[in-house]
Design a binder for this molecule. Structure first.
Ligand SMILES: C[S@@+](CC[C@H](N)C(=O)[O-])C[C@H]1O[C@@H](n2cnc3c(N)ncnc32)[C@H](O)[C@@H]1O
Length: 433
């Protein structure tokens, strides 16, 4: 039996997700189990059987969820949505003993209240279940057994049953986070955009809790991102336990086979904060990633971890989230968030930009002087970053870190041809990639 699925992902990673799903289909499934369809802003459609849906949950590092399409129809009012939800055979998917949560996302919907629309979907499903089984499921917004998603456009309502449960970026091993950790699926998508492959040196000089490093190490060690967590589909009546056992057993074999690579990962990190490095170490241990070398170091003093050039990736602190730490050229400590934010907007005032600019000037110098042959990728919401680094980007890719619009800047540090730019704030002339 074939189903239609939709896998949402952080905006900007749709093509990377489509490529990843196609790889899963080709390398881990029989033909026809998962056929990748259209990319749309915020996700990728695919068709497949139950094993295809489960494999996408188990192996996708980039998707946020895997949703099973139940119905799609034009609507004008909440009553139309109620009628559509009421006529679906929910009882074939779950029983009234299961707890339920409904979420609605809308783009250009004419409805006045999405809250009311959410209530109507809930009423429709509960009324249907009571009619068919004599009992209504209860609602649990914190830890539901079953989640239903409704997606509204200007004219269409689509109902989905979630097969993931907790979002897929929750891999089950990260307990220790910093102030501004990167979501695992955004980090995994960025790694794919960098073109990094296992064996190439990878270095994150502001690694924080180690998200880039952990995602890369899991790729190198062939550890399926969902290997140690549970999924929403395990609660559904259609759950195919035999097919699931088979997929998990193959994923366990792949991980065991790749274990011998654990001593030779070529993956390195550093951060100015010892506390962050402790968190990173604890995360790596929980994720079974062996010993990724980590150093406490100011990124301005960084040196390449290996002779062979590789890929440097970082998401430095930026104003909206946290601040750059360390001392300035005169040895003075940087002002703290409290010092700078008395009026609630201190981070964004031009005169307080200076310390960060000084840090990024020095970071740019370190890249130019010591990282010849490397490719550096920096994720930031600050479009002035190339100017502050005094480097011209080779490409910039728009990406969303939650609601925050960012750019992934790429700098090719080719010998003798490092493309310099004169000063911060210079006109932005790079290409969108
Ligand atoms: C946005 S966080 C990075 C988060 C990380 N990608 C993660 O997933 O947890 C920025 C990191 O830069 C570090 N940092 C700040 N100033 C630094 C400096 N001068 N040198 C090196 N690291 C610094 C902070 O300690 C923080 O961990």
């Amino acid at each position: 039996m074939s189903f239609e699925f939709f896998a949402p992902c952080p905006r900007g990673l749709e093509t990377a997700l489509a490529a990843e799903l196609a790889e899963t289909a080709q390398q881990r499934l029989p033909p026809g189990a998962l056929d990748v369809g259209a990319e749309v802003p915020g996700g990728v459609h695919f068709r497949g059987n139950w094993a295809g849906g489960m494999a996408a949950n188990l192996h996708s590092r980039i998707a946020s969820r895997v949703l099973l399409k139940i119905a799609q129809q034009p609507y004008r009012s909440e009553q139309d949505i109620y009628a559509l939800a009421r006529e679906q055979r929910w009882e074939q998917w779950f029983s009234a003993n299961e707890t339920l949560r409904i979420d609605i996302t809308a783009i250009k919907s004419p409805l006045r209240s999405l809250e009311f629309a959410t209530l109507r979907v809930k009423d429709a499903i509960c009324d249907r279940m009571r009619e068919k089984s004599g009992a209504r499921p209860s609602i649990d917004t914190a830890f539901p057994d079953v989640r239903v998603f409704a997606f509204l456009t200007a004219g269409d309502c689509t109902l989905y049953l979630d097969t993931s449960g907790e979002p897929l970026f929750k891999r089950g091993w990260r307990l220790d986070k910093g102030a501004a950790p990167l979501r695992e699926n955004l980090a995994a998508g960025i790694l794919r955009l960098t073109g990094w492959t296992p064996g190439t040196p990878l270095f994150d000089p502001m690694c924080g809790s180690g998200t880039f490093l952990a995602e890369a190490a899991q790729v190198a060690l062939d550890i399926a991102p969902g290997l140690t967590r549970s999924f929403g589909f395990e609660r559904l009546k259609q759950f195919d336990t035999a097919a699931w056992r088979h997929l998990k057993s193959e994923a366990n074999t792949a991980r065991n086979t790749a274990q011998s690579k654990v001593r030779d990962l070529h993956i390195y990190g550093s951060d100015i904060s010892d506390l962050m490095l402790e968190k990173a170490r604890a995360n790596f241990t929980r994720a079974g990633l062996g010993n990724v070398p980590l150093k406490q170091l100011d990124a301005r003093n960084m040196t390449p971890p290996e002779d062979a050039p590789g890929i440097l990736v970082a998401n430095p602190p930026y104003g909206e989230r946290i601040e750059v730490r360390g001392r300035n050229a005169r040895g003075e400590a940087r002002p703290t968030a409290r010092d700078r934010d008395e009026d609630g907007e201190g981070f964004r005032r031009a005169d307080t930009d200076a310390p960060d600019a000084e840090f990024f000037n020095a970071f740019g110098d370190a890249l130019k002087q010591r990282f010849t042959g490397w490719r550096a990728f920096v994720l930031t919401s600050d479009r002035k970053l190339p100017g502050q680094l005094r480097l011209r980007e080779s490409a910039k890719t728009p990406l969303f870190n939650g609601a925050l619009e960012c750019r992934l800047f790429r700098f090719d540090l080719i010998a003798g041809s490092v493309r310099q730019r004169p000063a911060a704030g210079a006109a932005d002339t790079g290409n969108e990639a």
